[in-house]
Structures are given as structure tokens and as C-alpha cells.
Design a protein around this ligand. Structure first.
Ligand SMILES: Nc1ncnc2c1ncn2[C@@H]1O[C@H](COP(=O)(O)OP(=O)(O)O)[C@@H](O)[C@H]1O
Ligand SMILES: [Mg+2]
Length: 435
């Protein structure tokens, strides 16, 4: 995996023989070439076994997987994305595609009731970690709420989502990633939050606490507006919001800097040198992102800024019954040649920026966790020209394990396919083939 075309003839499945080296993609001064430095602490991890039972159209899929590139090929609608969705759920404990978990249950089991499971065994050197998501599905008509009971387990032990996340790290690439560039701030916050949650165990917990504070604070703001609570009751919630919010802002700020360092060279390589800038834009006032961040940008300086921002926005917040200051309103500015990419980039340019951001995400997850994430690439090659396909494959093949889906026979160039493992996905069944 430390090889790239042009340096050694072999690509892709090289990771198999090297278990304790690491990929330094974009850690090095990056010209796309590889840093063959010895271990700097990142352990390669790969999913060795994956099984899906009753998950979407996968009635019973059981796979042995290896490091290197694995290609899942099949016509559209046969279950390729479903497979990678399941892999990603092993990392982030929820679906990237839907918040309605009923949709994940195979229709057949939805009718009869039963048990759904996603299970992955990750191997990191001599160690293994078994991550599993289980759903007990009640038959329709039974009285148990949504009829769905979900549990998360690591090595057989039940875990909360914040304990579960971060043990198998997966970076998921999909065609919709271009929404990170073109879509709303919510999409960009989600991108940052998933990245940080996977890398810092405490982050998801602080997000959960913060979101409770916002809910309670909104509730109180509405009561103040209606005259059933006094404005000075806000003080307690202002302080809570500033405290929890500052922790989140502080972490996002640090991570955006690292992202920037990794995304710029990845983007330059894919575009031949266009200029990308990332800019964290925390919402410290009620009137849009602050142009000047406190210096130094410490936790306590952020807390003070937030408290001031809340004071200034008081009347507006009461009038709207809504918290308008704080990290739930942050944005990540993405500039292409100095202009906001969301307004000025073409779809093609946005797609390349999104790819660079994903590649950067992988690099940041690796440096924060000391573990090399698994990359799951869901049908992202079809939108790219052959030259870019190659560049992307070169960039990602430096990771320990790459799981890639495609509907096309020739999306993966022969020099990559030659070292890949190939599976055909047909009607929810996944079969290995010799290639
Ligand atoms: N809960 C479910 N139960 C059974 N089949 C499902 C469920 N959810 C989606 N599907 C089926 O999965 C297929 C889509 O799978 P997907 O992985 O997105 O395809 P692709 O191979 O194009 O990536 C569709 O045929 C859809 O009908
Ligand atoms: Mg798909």
C-alpha cells in the first residue's frame, strides 16, 4: 500500500503483505508521491469478515475480505450501495442514507418480524474487533412502539452509540458528496461532525449534550416570549450553551486546520493546481459568521464570545423563540480561487473539491486516531474522466483497504483491477469472481 504507479509496478493489493506500516498519504509534502517513512503510529485496519442478515435486499450476505482494493460490480439497483451503507454503519452506528431505520429492514422481515444483523470483524495487526448492529423486528400489529429494537455491540458487549463509534473507522465517498460544496451549512456541519465523532470519542457526547441544551433553551425562549418565564431565567442556559458550545467550536476549529492542510494538496493534484481554501466560520454572534475570531482561540475566549453573542442577540432570540448563536449554526467556508465554491464552482469543480475533502477526511481521521481508516467508495468513478479516475485510485490505493462499487465493467483501469478482489452483486447476492 505504500506504493503507487510510477514508483513500483504493483498497486492495490500490496497492503496484504505489510501489516505494520502506514500510509502517509498527504501527510508528506504532497506531490502525490509516497512517503516510505517507517511507522509513525498509524495502524492499518481492515474488515476481514462482513455479514448482513435481513439488511435491505441482502437476505444473507457473508464475505471474507482482505486488505487492498475490493471491487463490487453489478447493475444498478442490485444492492451495492446497501452493502457499503452497512459497512459505514459499523463505523458511525447509523445509516448515512436515512434516519428512518425501518427502511433498513428487509421488506420480507418487516412483514414477518425477526432479526436483522450487520456484523463486521476488523483486524488490526494481531487484534480483532467485532462490531455489530442488531435489530429485533416485531411483526406488524404487535404493540411495541416502532416495532424495532436496536442494539450496538463491540466484541459482544452492548454499547451506547458514543461508545460504539470510533472503533472501526470508515470514510464513505458517494456521489452526493458534492452537496458538501453546493448544499446547505447543515451538510458541511455533518461532514465535520462525522469526521470528529469518529476520531474523538468525547465529541459525540458533547454534541448530544449541546443539542439538549439548545432544545431546552429554545423551550425557555418561547416561554419568555409568551410571558410565562422571566428573561433573567436565561442566564443558566446561556452559560450552559457557551460552555458546551465552546468545546465543539474549539475542536471544529482545530480539525478544519488539519483538513485544510490535507485537502489543498489532494485538490491540487486532482486539478493540476487550482487554489482551494477552507475557512471555519463559527456563529459567535447573532448576525452571521464572525469576521474576526478571538485570538488566541482558546476554549475560554470562545466561551466569552458566545456569552457576549447571546447577550447581543437576546431580543431577536426571544422574538423568534430560537437560539441563533452557537455551533449548531456554524459553517465551513469553501473557497475556490478565492470565491465561495457553493456559488461559483461548476458541478464538475464541486465534485473534485468534494473528493479532495473526502481524501482529506481520511487523512485527518488517520492522524487523529492513529489508525488508518477503511475507505468505502460508492459509485464515485462514473462521474469522472479516465485521467481523474486513475488519480483517485492512486490516491486511495495508499490506504489499507478500499471497498469500491461500480456498475461499469471498465471503471477501474486494468492495472488496478489486476490486483483487486472482485465480487459481483446481483439481486442482493454477492459472489466472488476470479478476474
Ligand atoms: N428494506 C429493503 N428491503 C428489501 N429491498 C430493499 C430495501 N431497501 C432497498 N431495497 C432494494 O435495494 C435495491 C437498491 O440497492 P442499492 O444498493 O441502492 O443498489 P445499487 O446496486 O444500485 O447501489 C433496490 O432494488 C431496492 O428495492
Ligand atoms: Mg448505488
Amino acid at each position: 500500500m505504500l506504493n503507487t504507479p510510477g514508483i513500483t509496478p504493483a498497486i492495490g493489493r500490496i497492503g496484504r503483505s505489510i501489516t505494520h506500516s502506514t500510509m502517509h498519504f498527504l501527510d508528506a509534502p504532497c506531490n502525490g508521491r509516497i512517503d516510505n517513512h517507517p511507522e509513525r503510529g498509524a495502524d492499518p485496519i481492515h474488515i476481514a469478515r462482513l455479514s448482513l442478515n435481513g439488511f435491505r435486499n441482502h437476505a444473507k450476505t457473508a464475505l471474507q475480505l482482505h486488505p487492498g482494493l475490493t471491487v463490487f460490480r453489478g447493475a444498478n439497483g442490485h444492492g451495492k450501495s446497501n452493502l457499503l451503507e452497512a459497512v459505514y454503519m459499523l463505523a458511525i452506528a447509523k445509516s448515512p442514507r436515512t434516519s428512518v431505520e425501518r427502511e433498513l429492514i428487509s421488506w420480507k422481515l418487516g412483514e414477518s418480524g425477526g432479526h436483522v444483523q450487520i456484523l463486521g470483524v476488523g483486524r488490526e495487526g494481531d487484534e480483532t474487533v467485532q462490531a455489530q448492529l442488531d435489530y429485533d423486528v416485531a411483526a406488524p400489529g404487535s404493540s411495541s412502539g416502532t416495532g424495532l429494537r436496536k442494539s450496538l455491540r463491540l466484541n459482544g458487549i452492548v454499547r451506547t452509540s458514543s461508545e460504539f463509534v470510533g472503533h472501526l473507522n470508515v470514510v464513505f465517498f458517494e456521489a452526493d458528496d458534492l452537496e458538501i460544496v453546493l448544499g446547505s451549512p447543515t451538510t458541511r456541519r455533518r461532514y465535520l461532525d462525522i469526521l470528529i465523532s469518529q476520531s474523538r470519542p468525547s465529541y459525540l457526547k458533547s454534541m448530544q449534550r449541546y443539542s439538549k441544551v439548545v432544545t431546552q433553551r429554545n423551550h425557555l425562549l418561547k416561554r419568555v416570549r409568551e410571558g410565562s418565564a422571566e428573561p433573567d431565567e436565561m442566564a443558566f442556559w446561556d452559560e450552559r450553551l457557551a460552555y458546551e458550545g465552546a468545546g465543539i467550536i474549539h475542536q471544529r476549529h482545530q480539525v478544519v486546520r488539519q483538513l485544510q492542510d490535507a485537502a489543498i494538496p489532494a485538490h491540487a493534484e486532482l486539478t493540476g493546481g487550482h487554489d482551494l481554501t477552507l475557512e471555519y466560520q463559527p456563529q459567535l454572534t447573532g448576525s452571521g459568521p464572525s469576521d474576526k475570531l478571538p485570538e488566541p482561540f482558546t476554549q475560554s475566549a470562545i466561551e466569552e464570545s458566545l456569552e457576549r453573542g447571546l447577550q447581543e442577540a437576546r431580543r431577536r432570540e426571544i422574538a423568534q423563540g430560537l437560539t441563533v448563536v452557537g455551533p449548531h449554526r456554524d459553517d465551513l467556508g469553501i473557497l475556490l480561487n478565492g470565491q465561495p465554491a457553493g456559488s461559483f464552482a461548476s458541478r464538475g469543480q464541486a465534485r473534485i473539491i468534494a473528493l479532495a475533502l473526502k481524501v482529506a477526511e481520511a487523512s485527518v481521521v488517520k492522524s487523529l486516531t492513529g489508525r488508518t481508516p477503511i475507505l468505502a467508495l460508492d459509485d464515485i468513478l462514473s462521474e469522472l474522466d479516465p485521467g481523474r479516475r486513475k488519480l483517485v485510485l492512486q490516491q486511495v490505493s495508499q490506504y489499507e483497504q478500499v471497498l469500491l462499487t461500480t456498475a461499469e465493467d471498465d471503471a477501474v483501469a486494468p492495472e488496478f483491477l489486476e490486483h483487486a478482489e472482485l465480487f459481483i452483486v446481483n439481486d442482493g447476492k454477492v459472489t466472488p469472481v476470479a478476474n
